[in-house]
Unconditional design. Structure first.
Length: 296
């Protein structure tokens, strides 16, 4: 069953951990802040935008970050506090929709095709959420609005920090096709370099790949796999229809088929969980087909 056009928002808190530290400690404001432990084996959890001006980024070795920005102030991570702030952000999300898919403490997808507040457009919902985060939590968030998660994530990064960018359904091709492949989520430097060697530098070229001999099948497949796309989607559609979904986290150290089977049966037997899931499915005007289990 093909669904109608959906309204998806991707909200991404700006330099979340570092921004929380700067908010709570006025002496850190306007200064390059690195959230990380010092040491040869430590990596950067987050860097303020003042620090990013020196080329710092998340997951960078702390030693290299200190070398790039000797004046940076290192702050030990406080994940208990970050989780508490994240919970407050989620409470703001819930005022607008129950269809929330968290990606981490600082970002999530929201399906606001039908929202709780009665706002007429997804753009207004995104703007209201950003305003509430700013006024209530003294933090900033960037948001992207689009017909699907893939595009919404691209849009949220377009005007960071503290920005809002909207991709209307009729604007998808004009926005996406000329986009450099390196701007797409999931395409790292290695994949980008491999694609460049066979002449694929922009997203639109992937649609011609099956007809042009200069594009190697393996390179095109790498591109699509990196983005989590199927061959059928790349050939026949222009935008994804994957929507925010609810998640249930199994207990830590859950292992073995019998144990997992028992957990799933118990989950299915929970009247509250089933009712919430059924309500979400009805709101989407769809039916359930599969259960996905992610193992990390």
């Amino acid at each position: 069953m093909r669904m109608g056009i959906r309204k998806i928002i991707h909200v991404d808190m700006d330099a979340f951990y570092a921004s929380v530290e700067q908010r709570d400690d006025p002496q850190l404001r306007g200064k390059p802040v690195i959230v990380a432990w010092k040491g040869n084996r430590s990596v950067v959890c987050a860097a303020s935008y003042e620090a990013r001006a020196f080329g710092l980024r998340s997951a960078m070795p702390a030693v290299r970050a200190e070398r790039l920005c000797p004046s940076a102030i290192f702050v030990a991570p406080d994940f208990t506090r970050y989780r508490a702030v994240s919970k407050s952000v989620w409470e703001i999300f819930k005022r607008h929709t129950d269809l929330i898919e968290p990606l981490s403490l600082d970002e999530a997808y929201l399906d606001v095709t039908e929202n709780k507040t009665g706002l007429p457009t997804a753009t207004m919902v995104a703007g209201t959420i950003r305003q509430q985060i700013r006024e209530e939590l003294s933090l900033t968030a960037s948001a992207g609005v689009a017909p699907n998660k893939f595009l919404a994530k691209l849009a949220s990064d377009w005007r960071k920090p503290d920005g809002l960018f909207v991709i209307q359904p009729e604007e998808v091709d004009a926005f996406l096709l000329p986009l450099p492949v390196g701007r797409l989520p999931g395409v790292g430097k290695v994949t980008e370099e491999k694609l460049a060697k066979v002449g694929i530098k922009r997203w639109g070229q992937t649609f011609l790949a099956d007809k042009a001999p200069k594009y190697s099948e393996s390179s095109v497949r790498s591109m699509r796999v990196a983005l989590g796309l199927t061959l059928g989607w790349a050939n026949n559609c222009r935008w994804l229809e994957k929507n925010p979904r609810t998640r249930v986290k199994l207990p830590n150290r859950t292992g073995g088929r019998r144990v997992i089977r028992t957990v799933l049966i118990n989950l299915g037997a929970s009247e509250r969980d089933c009712t919430e899931t059924q309500r979400a499915i009805r709101n989407l005007g769809s039916v359930s087909r599969s259960i996905w289990i992610a193992h990390r």
